[in-house]
Design a protein around this ligand. Structure first.
Ligand SMILES: Cc1cc2nc3c(=O)[nH]c(=O)nc-3n(C[C@H](O)[C@H](O)[C@H](O)COP(=O)(O)O)c2cc1C
Length: 353
C-alpha cells in the first residue's frame, strides 16, 4: 500500500473519514443568548462537511462552563435540539462531527453567562486579562471560586451528561478541550492549580481531573473510540503557565495512552518539538494542528509525524478546503475581523470553488 497523504481516506475510532484534513474547533460567537446554536450554524457547518472530521466550536458542557459572549452549550433540551439540526445537515452531506466540550473555568465573564453562579476553577486565582461582553464591552475577568474537593465530581458528571446529550444530538463523538488555558488545563498547570487535595501538587494529582473527565466521558459514550482530547502543551494563552510542561504532558500522554481514545489532538505551541516528544508516547490516532499549510500537512502525514492534520483559520474562509487542496487551488485568506462578529458576514459568506 502506498503511503497515505492528506487526501487519503482515514479512520478515527469507528469512523471512516474521506480525507485527513480535520476542521479545528473554532469559537465563532454566533449562538443565541442562552447557549443555543443559531440557524446560521447549520449552514456554516454543512458548508464544511467535506472535512475529514469537523470539530465543533468550544461548547459548554454545562451553564457553569460557559464564559464567552454568544457561545453555545449542550446542556438543555433546546440546545440539544438545535445541535441535532446541525449534525443532521452535516451527515446529510456525508460529513462527520465531534462536539468539543469547553469548560472555561476562570476564563469568562458573568455578563456572558445564563447562570448566576460564579466562575469556578481549581484555585481562586484571577486571570490577568480582559474579556468581551456585549453589554459592557471589554471587562476584567473576575476572580473564580475554588472548587471544593467534593464538587469536582459534580463537574466531572457534567462532562458525562454532556456526552450523553451530544450522542442524543447525533454527534459521532466528543472531544475534551484540555488546551488553551481552560478548566482542564487550569488543573494541569502549576500557576492556576495551588490545591493541596488529591487534585493538586504532584503531576499525578494535577492530571487527575483530566483522567476522571475522560473516564466519565468514555463510560457515558459506551466506548473510548468516541472520545478524543485536545492539548496545547506550554501554550501561554489565557495567563496559563506550567513550571515543567515536558514532565506534565509526557506523564499525561503516557497515562492516556492505554485508554483507547479515538485520537489525541495536539496543538503545536511553545514547547520545542512537541510532536516529536509526544507522538512516540501515544499509540493511537494522532491529530496535529497549528499553522499547517497544504504542503506541510502532506509532508507531516507522509513522514508519519501525524495521522490527521487539523486546520483552523483556513477553514473559516475556505469551506471546501480539502477540495481546494486536491486541486492545489488558491486559498482565500482568513479575515480575523469577522471571527467573532454576529451575523453571516465572514461566517457563511465564503463560497466554495
Ligand atoms: C476564531 C478562532 C476560534 C478558536 N476557537 C477555539 C475553540 O473554541 N476551541 C479550541 O480548541 N481551539 C480554538 N481555536 C484554535 C484552533 O482550534 C486551532 O488550534 C488554531 O487556530 C491553530 O490552527 P491554525 O493555525 O490552522 O488556525 C480557535 C482559533 C480561531 C482562529
Amino acid at each position: 500500500m502506498s503511503q497515505p497523504d492528506l487526501l487519503s481516506p482515514g479512520r478515527i475510532g469507528g469512523l471512516r473519514t474521506a480525507n485527513r484534513a480535520v476542521m479545528a474547533p473554532m469559537t465563532r460567537s454566533r449562538a443565541h443568548v442562552g447557549g443555543i446554536p443559531s440557524e446560521l450554524a447549520i449552514e456554516y457547518y454543512a458548508q464544511r462537511a467535506s472535512a475529514g472530521l469537523i470539530l465543533t466550536e468550544g461548547t459548554a458542557p454545562s451553564a457553569g462552563g460557559l464564559g464567552y459572549a454568544r457561545t453555545p452549550a449542550i446542556e438543555t433540551a433546546e440546545q440539544v435540539a438545535a445541535w441535532k439540526k446541525i449534525t443532521g445537515a452535516v451527515h446529510a452531506k456525508g460529513g462527520a462531527m465531534f462536539c468539543q466540550f469547553m469548560h472555561v473555568g476562570r476564563i469568562g465573564h458573568p455578563a456572558n453567562r445564563y447562570t448566576d453562579e460564579p466562575l469556578v476553577a481549581p484555585s481562586a486565582i484571577q486571570a490577568d486579562g480582559q474579556m468581551w461582553t456585549d453589554a459592557q464591552g471589554m471587562q476584567p475577568m473576575p476572580a473564580p471560586r475554588a472548587l471544593e474537593t467534593s464538587e469536582v465530581a459534580t463537574v466531572i458528571e457534567e462532562y458525562a451528561q454532556a456526552t450523553r446529550n451530544a450522542l442524543k444530538a447525533g454527534f459521532d463523538g466528543v472531544e475534551l478541550h484540555s488546551a488553551s488555558g481552560y478548566l482542564p488545563m487550569q488543573f494541569l498547570s502549576s500557576n492556576t492549580n495551588r490545591r493541596t487535595d488529591r487534585y493538586g501538587g504532584s503531576v499525578t494529582n494535577r492530571i487527575r481531573f483530566v483522567m476522571e473527565a475522560l473516564a466519565a466521558m468514555i463510560e457515558a459514550a459506551g466506548s473510548a473510540d468516541k472520545v478524543g482530547m485536545k492539548i496545547s502543551p506550554a501554550m501561554p494563552f489565557n495567563d496559563i503557565h506550567d513550571a515543567d510542561p515536558e514532565e506534565t504532558y509526557t506523564t499525561l500522554v503516557r497515562a492516556v495512552a492505554p485508554l483507547g481514545l479515538a485520537y489525541l489532538h495536539v496543538l503545536r505551541t511553545a514547547l520545542p518539538h512537541t510532536f516529536d516528544l509526544l507522538r512516540p508516547l501515544f499509540p493511537g490516532t494522532f491529530l496535529a494542528g497549528g499553522g499547517f499549510t497544504r504542503v506541510s500537512g502532506h509532508e507531516a502525514i507522509r513522514s508519519g509525524l501525524a495521522d490527521f492534520i487539523v486546520y483552523g483559520k483556513l477553514f473559516t474562509s475556505n469551506p471546501d478546503l480539502p477540495g481546494r487542496f486536491a486541486k492545489d487551488a488558491e486559498l482565500v485568506a482568513p479575515n480575523p475581523a469577522t471571527f467573532y462578529t454576529p451575523g453571516p458576514e465572514g461566517y457563511t459568506s465564503y463560497a466554495p470553488l
